[in-house]
Write a new protein. Structure first.
Length: 93
């Protein structure tokens, strides 16, 4: 029965909740802007990595080349969307 219990997913979920609580505490503690930005960026990067490894099973593929190609493409699409939106809405192009 214990082989059917998703222990890794439960631990990952708890870690995700802890990282979310840390990010939420930045708002309630009213920290300086620079400190808040650093904490939020670090927790966002950790949570993104956690989601990729635990819930999207990025570490289970034997072919690491495909893994890095997919990850690079995902980063390219995400950055294109973010900077394309900034370019169009803020900078007026």
């Amino acid at each position: 029965m214990s082989a059917l219990f998703p222990k890794q997913q439960v631990v990952g979920f708890i870690q995700s909740l802890v990282l979310t609580a840390i990010a939420l505490s930045v708002y309630f503690l009213e920290l300086p802007y620079n400190v808040s930005l650093i904490i939020l960026l670090v927790t966002a990067a950790l949570q993104g990595g956690l989601q990729l490894i635990v819930f999207m099973h990025m570490s289970e593929n034997e072919n690491k080349k495909v893994l890095f190609i997919n990850l690079g493409y995902a980063l390219f699409v995400a950055l294109t969307i973010v900077f394309g939106t900034l370019w169009a809405l803020i900078w007026g192009f």
